[in-house]
Design a protein around this ligand. Structure first.
Ligand code: B12
Ligand code: SF4
Length: 502
């Protein structure tokens, strides 16, 4: 039996950690999770719990936030092993070079791989050949091949919510987050999911990355959570799109209201959505949806981003949301190498035309886990010396001459969309130097959309903001160079559109 502690710096219930923790517990291991903002003495809490293994989930830019702690824990718990998983080490396992902090990485879905690793460490066996695991070999990061992924999500134990809901803030907030699926029908070039579909699967024939839980399993999972944590008033589905397979939403609409009955928000892929799906979503209790518009230019959307959303779809589907009284938010992306400022202003105009209840606006980031990002690195478009932390909210890492205007437009996007005459005003304002006032405007809109449009509740968002006030001021006040990644905590926590573009 081993004791495995997960550590996170974002105050959120992470589906991936819940999933791997549940499998470890099913096999008799002890697990816990420590969230920095929820612990008075984060370092001491982990140390007192006495883990044998420390697990870190990392997106790019987030990989080293707790190196300082690890250094001290290693002194106090000399047997401690550290493993990192999630998107960052799954696509680039250079963190293994930091061998004083990281002993192993896991690529892709980790339920059984982490179990094998933890048991090998507990039994003092070699970890060298465990599928999915990455280790340092002859001083170089090495990646073992991937094992087949779990095809039937219903065979997994219910995600382990207890390690997050032990915290009063997380269990007493209005909205709980769950996932009904993994994968996505689309293959957008700026998103990590398409490369997960290729690189997080083994070579086994007919292996599918796009999977849904059955409606029955999902309803039982929810009933299990609500029996122990009854205070939630709404559900947010973290999936790329709830309409992954035709027919699933029909069954969901028939069963969810009776068995669970909570209203919910979700992402949808509008190129796979028809009016019947929208009617089913409404019947099931959907109050708010989001979809990634990303660019107002149909050419960019179709030819460069491979998003599959034609202008016809972009103008038709929102009318159906309005007809069936479901509020909707668009996710938009500023500053990709494919777009000029004029294209980005076109994104403003398309939003003005389709009139979403809210617009989330992120800055394009070249990830090595995306098709477009890999091209950016190959073509030398990335400013390698620029540290922008993990967030997609603050700055651009591309070498663009107009980078300040891009960042200013992202911050003022909602003013341009919603204020009468706002677009021409913003066209002038983006020429001014970057400044903190624009950042506050961005934050205010984000807050409003998250709390009000998507129904998360002003009170919860205010509490979250107050918890992390230091981080907000630190980041917004301090520019972007050389910041510790933890400074982004508050904005990472806000659901910025849980489309894969998050
Ligand atoms: C839901 C979601 C969020 C939620 C929840 C956070 C989260 N990361 O789970 C919120 C809204 C808070 C969020 C925020 C952000 N997100 Co996000 N998010 C997602 C999304 C859509 C689903 C993640 C998920 O739950 N999947 C389902 C679970 C079951 O899979 P999983 O998380 O991958 O977990 C498996 C493995 O990774 C592994 N694993 C998971 N945890 C651990 C831990 C250990 C120790 C080990 C060994 C293995 C392991 O095993 C799990 C089970 O098989 C993904 C896209 C995607 N499909 O992955 C983007 C994604 C992860 N997000 C991304 C980004 C960039 C962000 C933000 C930086 C955005 C921002 N606000 O600026 C922040 C960072 C917050 C953070 N600390 O992670 C990127 C990361 C890209 C990259 N290469 O790093 C992704 C891939 C989307 C994209 N743009 O391509 N996000
Ligand atoms: S951006 Fe959204 S729609 Fe496109 S592949 Fe990623 S998750 Fe799917």
């Amino acid at each position: 039996m081993a004791r495995v502690a997960f550590v996170v710096t974002t105050c959120h219930e992470f589906e991936g950690i819940k999933a791997v923790s549940a499998t470890l517990k099913q096999h008799g291991h002890e697990t816990d999770c420590f969230v920095t903002s929820e612990e008075k003495d984060f370092h001491g809490a982990v140390q007192d719990w006495g883990p044998d293994v420390l697990g870190i989930y990392a997106t790019t830019g987030q990989e080293n936030w707790c190196y300082g702690n690890i250094e001290r824990w290693r002194r106090e718990l000399p047997h401690l092993k550290v493993v990192m998983g999630g998107p960052h080490p799954s696509f680039e396992n250079d963190v293994l070079l930091d061998e004083e902090y990281v002993d192993a990485t896991i690529k892709g879905e980790a339920e059984t791989a982490l179990l094998d690793l933890v048991e090998a460490w507990a039994g003092n066996r070699s970890i060298e050949d465990i599928a999915n695991v990455g280790v340092l070999r002859d001083g170089k990061p090495w990646q073992n091949p991937i094992r087949p992924i779990i095809q039937d999500l219903d065979t997994l134990p219910f995600p382990d919510v207890d390690i997050f809901y032990k915290y009063p803030f997380l269990r007493n907030k209005r909205v709980l987050q769950v996932h009904a699926s993994r994968g996505c029908q689309n293959n957008c070039t700026y998103c990590t999911v398409p490369l997960m579909k290729k690189e997080w699967v083994s070579d086994r024939k007919k292996e599918r990355f796009n999977r849904t839980k059955s409606v029955d399993y999902l309803c039982e999972e929810m009933r299990d959570i609500l029996a122990r944590y009854p205070n939630f008033r709404m559900v947010n589905f973290g999936d790329a799109a709830l309409n992954m397979y035709r027919g699933w939403v029909d069954e969901f609409a028939a069963k969810w209201p009776k068995r669970v009955g909570l209203p919910f928000a979700c992402n949808v892929n509008i190129n796979y959505l028809n009016e019947n799906d929208i009617v089913c979503l409404k019947k099931a209790g959907c109050v708010s949806v989001q979809f990634g518009l990303e660019s107002g230019s149909e050419d960019v959307r179709l030819q460069v981003y491979k998003k599959g959303y034609t202008d016809e779809i972009v103008y038709r589907i929102p009318k159906l949301f309005k007809k069936h009284k479901i509020t909707f938010r668009t996710n938009n992306m500023m500053g990709s190498p494919a777009e000029s400022i004029d294209d980005m202003l076109e994104t403003v105009r398309v939003n003005q035309r389709i009139k979403p209840d809210g617009c989330t606006v992120l800055i394009y980031r070249p990830f090595k886990s995306t098709v477009l990002g890999r091209e950016d690195f190959e073509q030398g478009r990335v400013d390698l010396g620029k540290d922008i932390g993990p967030s997609l909210h603050f700055d651009s890492q591309l070498k663009r001459e107009d980078v300040d205007r891009v960042v200013n437009l992202q911050k003022l996007f909602n003013v341009a969309v919603y204020l009468p005459g706002g677009l021409s005003l913003v066209e002038q304002m983006i020429r001014l130097p970057r400044n903190r006032a624009y950042e506050w405007v961005h934050l205010a809109f984000l807050w409003y959309q998250h709390a009000v449009v998507s129904g998360y509740g002003m009170a919860d968002d205010l509490k979250l903001g107050l918890k992390n006030i230091g981080q907000i001021f630190g980041r917004l006040g301090g520019g972007t160079h050389g910041q510790r990644p933890t400074k982004n905590q508050f904005l990472e926590t806000l659901d910025t559109g849980i489309d894969g573009s998050v």
